[in-house]
Design a protein around this ligand. Structure first.
Ligand SMILES: NC(=O)c1ccc[n+]([C@@H]2O[C@H](COP(=O)([O-])OP(=O)(O)OC[C@H]3O[C@@H](n4cnc5c(N)ncnc54)[C@H](OP(=O)(O)O)[C@@H]3O)[C@@H](O)[C@H]2O)c1
Length: 332
């Protein structure tokens, strides 16, 4: 069987590729990569079943034949960020439209699995975020990133291709993207920034890359996932205070929460809820700290597949930091 993968040089895709190499050694893994040197640096001794295909989602001629020969397709690649910008529509919507159009004539495809984002669901402006998002929430993306991912989902659904859409909440694990929010939080905790010591009341749903990779494989193969869309995360959201304390503890920092002079009145919170993200200020980041903004329920996924993310947040953080340190010492 041939498995086609996009985004394998990125954070989520690299973890998925490692998972597939480990669990599917007999399958051919074709990875669409823009930068061959980057792929080779990540895999100095790649196993025989990986094939790098140099190309770009925006240039279907670079991947048409290989894509149409694949039985399973994981479309992970995207431009990611909780922001606005035209580039999101090019890299996420247009690129996915080209990809899907190229796949439609295939007579081999068993399943196309698409990694979307909780930002494509998001929340209605102005409303308090106290409950967990579910698939029943009408999507109300608040950023161009979220809108572009939702449009990509719509392209896939409209294509009539056999598909499954997974909508992850916050993802963490090895090979964090440089400049990612987790990396920045680690730096801020190390620097003792004041906000990291404030006991914010928010909570966020999270999933470790190993659990997500396993879910993606199940999504590709399970009969009850065909043409369905699932939110995916650990069963319970992580309180922000636990996330900060766990990270600090795993980093060996002497971290205590202090009552902070920062306060947020109901009126300010109501203002954040209505505010649109702008280059200088991102109300979504504030709402993640103060509310249950990106908290979601993976109940539909569990009911369909019986699968549940297993890696507890503290264990997942320990694994993530261990890999970061390994990389750091390899680079020195
Ligand atoms: N990170 C999160 O917390 C999170 C949460 C929810 C959902 N997601 C979703 O997870 C997926 C992966 O995100 P990530 O965090 O792994 O992002 P990432 O680290 O930035 O990786 C993005 C990958 O996409 C590739 N790519 C982008 N545009 C491409 C194009 N035109 N042609 C070919 N490849 C292209 C990149 O290639 P290069 O290496 O050449 O740049 C890279 O391999 C995305 O669909 C995102 O929406 C992420």
């Amino acid at each position: 069987m041939t498995i086609f993968l996009t985004g394998s040089t990125g954070f989520v895709g690299r973890n998925l590729l490692e998972y597939l190499v480990k669990t599917q050694p007999q399958q051919q893994l074709v990875c669409l990569v823009r930068d061959l040197d980057k792929a080779r640096a990540q895999w100095p001794q790649p196993p025989d079943n990986i094939r790098w295909l140099v190309g770009d989602l925006l240039r279907p001629e670079t991947y048409r034949d290989a894509l149409q020969s694949a039985e399973l397709v994981f479309h992970v690649a995207a431009l990611v960020g909780l922001r606005d910008g035209e580039a999101f529509f090019t890299q996420n919507t247009t690129a996915t439209r080209h990809f899907v159009d190229t796949l439609i004539p295939s007579n081999r495809l068993r399943r196309l699995v698409f990694v979307s984002s909780i930002s494509a669901t998001d929340r209605e402006p102005g409303s308090p975020a106290t409950d967990c998002l579910t698939e029943a929430f009408p999507p109300q993306p608040q950023t161009d990133y979220g809108r572009s991912k939702l449009q990509a989902e719509q392209c896939i659904i409209a294509s009539g291709l056999p598909h499954t859409i997974l909508v992850p909440a916050y993802i963490y694990g090895p090979y964090l993207r440089a400049g990612s929010s987790t990396e920045r939080l680690i730096q801020d905790l190390r620097a003792g920034k004041r906000y990291t010591r404030f006991p914010f009341p928010g909570a966020i749903s999270a999933i470790h890359t190993e659990d997500l990779s396993q879910a993606l494989w199940i999504a590709a193969n399970h009969p009850h996932t065909l043409n369905e869309r699932f939110l995916i995360s650990n069963p319970e959201p992580v309180p922000i205070v636990d996330a900060f304390a766990t990270l600090a503890n795993c980093l060996g920092l002497n971290h205590t929460f202090t009552p902070s002079p920062i306060t947020l009145s109901e009126a300010d919170l109501a203002r954040y809820r209505r505010q649109k993200p702008s280059p200088g200020s991102n109300p979504i980041l504030r709402r993640i700290l103060w509310e249950h903004y990106f908290a979601c329920s993976p109940a539909k996924w569990y009911q369909a597949t019986g699968h549940q993310a297993q890696i507890a947040f503290d264990d997942g953080v320990r694994r993530t930091l261990a890999q970061l340190e390994k990389n750091l010492s390899a680079a020195i």
